[in-house]
Design a protein around this ligand. Structure first.
Ligand code: FAD
Length: 189
């Protein structure tokens, strides 16, 4: 039982983010950290099976709990997204939104997009990402307010927003002069 107690008392593996209900937030955590957590939880529960004590409070579903291999047509790609897969898909969506934005937007189009971005920054399912993104948008002086007068301004603004996240994560910044080639026209030869 000493091993079990050690497992239950262990700090969470690095990179695991908790949800607001105190349970691990998969959409806020990378696959690597999630795997470390499921390993820790399964080692704790196998130890606790040998005693009558209650199971750990932090018990994420295992990465293989969905039995993907036994479902016809299912594979590893059918697993729920982690913070990175969610991020990549969302950036594709957000930059495509700017690519499809009109060169000159009407005030109604600007208003609609503004409402969308405000809601997006509240509802993005990785809550820590959403909180930081909202804080960036609302930075004092209004310097990060969405610029929505047309495609070029909006595309550059989105690129700057993405770069703010890149900086936070220690990733290389993207040269925003090329956002349109990356997301709309394709690279020039
Ligand atoms: P991504 O950053 O997903 O980029 C995808 C592609 O976009 C790149 O391959 C590149 O071609 C292009 N690209 C890169 N930068 C730019 C740019 N500035 N402008 C235009 N195109 C560009 N993850 C966390 O761990 N913590 C967070 O707090 C967090 N916050 C996020 C907030 C938001 C709003 C979003 C949408 C995602 C957030 N993410 C966060 C996820 C993170 O940004 C990445 O998506 C994830 O780490 C995967 O990164 P990646 O290196 O595959 O490329």
């Amino acid at each position: 039982t000493q091993k079990k107690d050690e497992d239950l008392d262990k700090p969470l593996p690095k990179g695991v983010v908790l949800d607001k209900d105190g349970k691990p937030c998969r959409l806020c955590t990378s696959v690597a950290s999630w795997r470390a957590l499921t390993k820790q939880a399964s080692s704790a529960s196998s130890s606790s099976n040998t005693s009558s004590s209650s199971s750990p409070t932090l018990s994420p579903p295992s990465l293989s709990d969905n039995n993907a291999s036994s479902i016809p047509g299912a594979n590893d790609d059918d697993c729920p997204p982690d913070v990175e897969a969610l991020g990549r898909s969302t950036w594709t969506f957000l930059h495509s939104l700017t690519a499809a934005y009109p060169p000159r937007a009407t005030s109604e189009q600007q208003l609609e997009m503004h409402s969308f971005l405000k809601l997006f920054s509240r509802l993005y399912p990785c809550w820590v990402c959403a909180d930081d993104f909202r804080a960036w948008m609302n930075q004092s002086g209004g310097r990060n307010e969405p610029r929505l007068s047309g495609r070029s301004e909006f595309g550059t603004w989105m690129c700057e927003a993405h770069n703010a996240v890149n900086r936070k994560l220690g990733k290389k910044e993207f040269d925003c002069r090329f956002w349109e080639e990356r997301w709309r026209t394709g690279w020039k030869d």
